[in-house]
Design a protein around this ligand. Structure first.
Ligand SMILES: Nc1nc2c(ncn2[C@@H]2O[C@H](COP(=O)(O)OP(=O)(O)OP(=O)(O)O)[C@@H](O)[C@H]2O)c(=O)[nH]1
Ligand SMILES: [Mg+2]
Length: 310
């Protein structure tokens, strides 16, 4: 159900180290050059030249095939959902990713540019290996990026509720209550470092998804990476926002964060957590009962325009 291009992120292939690419291509050269019969009547010099040419051809074909296969399995970034694009930008950097992909893709072009003018396979191999070795930082960058890409949360094409608020206010606790999703809950800040997902059924058969975000401080100009992830969910995935307000912590900073969430102009509900331990009445109006919150969410989802996260 996720965006079909986004789905390809799960299958982003790994890329080999320079020496492995070279060794694999050499294996192809060894296997292939034995199979090509040389006419017995050819002069020795011609036989030698032909043999060198065959090895050059096999090596460059092997590298070409490998790189082409790698690039073709990599999803086109611009076709991913805006949510995935922004998440990739925060966690990896889209520009860096594009540069590395272009550098790796250019390996074959660079090798092809001298393959015809090089007379011996030995000379060719030296130059080709140097081209491949020079791409090492880009190959390792892509290899690292793969780990992040494969674990990006794949949102479903479903109405989406985003739980948003300060650290430690009870967002993950609320996710568990609303959806049954089990994620780490702890009595310290920034427990959630990524996005937790859960789903909730309503009207008997309809489903909505709920995103629990990492805690955010009200400081959009100095955000850390964890906070940026929360803002990405807020801006690029949420159809409805649930702002969690904790009456046991500072009011002013939470009010500031609420103003930021309201600026998205998306439907917004306020849930007041920890009413069981709050010592003073809250300065803010909101829902305190989880069942009432559920009803209100469903109501807003029914009114909300169709799905943001496509
Ligand atoms: N008394 C009480 N404690 C709560 C309530 N909701 C959450 N807590 C506690 O508050 C602490 C933080 O809860 P979490 O659900 O991890 O909070 P969070 O907002 O997800 O925290 P981060 O992921 O760090 O942003 C935990 O110790 C919870 O058990 C509540 O309604 N009442
Ligand atoms: Mg949490």
């Amino acid at each position: 159900m996720a965006n079909i291009v986004d789905k390809a992120l799960e299958k982003v292939p790994g890329i080999e180290k320079p020496q492995t690419i070279i060794d694999n291509a050499l294996q192809r050269v060894n296997a292939g050059s034995k199979k090509i019969p040389l006419r017995k009547d050819l002069p020795l010099a011609d036989k030698k030249r032909k043999n060198e040419f065959t090895q050059i051809k096999l090596f460059s074909e092997a590298v070409n095939d490998y790189i082409e296969k790698y690039i073709s399995q990599f999803p086109t970034i611009s076709m991913l959902s805006p949510f995935s694009q922004e998440l990739i930008d925060t966690m990896i950097g889209i520009d860096k990713l594009k540069v590395s992909l272009a550098q790796v893709r250019s390996i074959t072009k660079r090798i092809n540019s001298f393959k015809r003018d090089t007379k011996t396979f030995g000379t060719f191999l030296g130059r080709a290996s140097s081209v491949i070795n020079k791409a090492k930082p880009h190959l390792s960058f892509l290899h690292q990026a793969r780990r992040t890409l494969r674990k990006l949360p794949l949102l479903k094409t479903l109405p989406t509720v985003c739980l948003f608020g300060f650290p430690n206010v009870g967002k993950t606790t609320l996710l568990a209550a609303l959806t049954g999703a089990k994620a780490e809950i702890a009595a310290y800040e920034f427990t959630t470092k990524y996005l937790n997902l859960g789903t909730m059924t309503y009207d008997g058969y309809k489903v909505l998804q709920c995103i629990d975000t990492p805690g955010t401080l009200a400081r959009p100009d100095k955000m850390n990476q964890i906070e940026k992830i929360a803002y990405t969910a807020l801006n690029k995935a949420a159809d409805v926002i649930v702002f969690i307000y904790d009456p046991t912590r500072d009011d002013e900073e939470q009010q500031r964060l609420l103003t930021i969430a309201k600026a998205t102009k998306k439907p917004l509900l306020i849930y007041i957590s920890k009413t069981d331990i709050a010592k003073k009445p809250t300065t803010i109006e909101g829902i305190t009962d989880k069942e009432k919150l559920k009803e209100a969410i469903i109501n807003e989802i029914k009114k909300a325009p169709p799905i943001t996260n496509l």
